[in-house]
Design a protein around this ligand. Structure first.
Ligand code: NI
Length: 191
């Protein structure tokens, strides 16, 4: 396994629609190695998820894991999940506001409205179909990662640009109030 470099906003790979994988392509050793590297890189930099375009591979693969993440102290834990060719469908009209950051957008956080209730369909890393429902912050994490596969960054979805903040100013001026809101989101949708 190896750490990969992370593409930064402005690099075209982040703005391209990434390519689907066939089950045969997914089984190739270099793609399985890419998935291992994505997991290692996500853990090394403390991300809640990472998508293949963020490591310069324009493929529809993302990995997610939230475990005591100091970047997101209010987020419920998500076990390590690898999604290939994922599709997301909102299962209701409910939205919630999520402060988002991104490994490809250094220093910034912004408030993004996300669907609170979604269904996810994908292949796992062995090429087996998986489907599950996700709610609240967990649903928000998946929406952020799948956006990367469509060339979209959270900045595109920030409803009010006045919510943009550096991490330092976020922690000083916005996190305390947001923690109370985040608690209500967790109470409503569960971990
Ligand atoms: Ni991101």
């Amino acid at each position: 396994m190896a750490l990969r470099r992370i593409a930064q906003i402005g690099h075209p790979v982040l703005r391209r629609r990434a390519d689907e994988l066939t089950p045969d392509a997914l089984a190739a050793p270099e793609i399985q190695r890419l998935i291992d590297d994505m997991i290692e890189t996500m853990r090394d930099v403390g991300g809640a998820g990472i998508a293949a375009p963020q490591v310069y591979e324009s493929l529809r693969i993302c990995v997610v894991e939230v475990k005591n993440n100091p970047r997101y102290p209010y987020k419920p834990e998500i076990p390590l999940t690898v999604l290939v060719n994922p599709e997301i469908r909102a299962t209701g009209d409910e939205l919630f506001d999520q402060y988002e950051g991104c490994l490809s957008v250094p220093e910034l956080r912004g408030l993004v409205p996300r669907h609170a209730l979604i269904d996810v369909r994908a292949l796992d890393r062995q090429g087996r179909p998986v489907s599950f429902a996700a709610r609240g912050f967990t649903a928000g994490v998946y929406q952020h990662e799948v956006d990367h596969l469509d060339g979209r960054l959270f900045l595109d979805r920030v409803a009010d640009p006045a919510s943009l903040t550096t991490l330092r100013e976020y922690e000083r001026h916005h996190l305390p109030a947001y923690l109370a809101y985040a608690e209500s989101v967790v109470a409503r949708y569960g971990p």
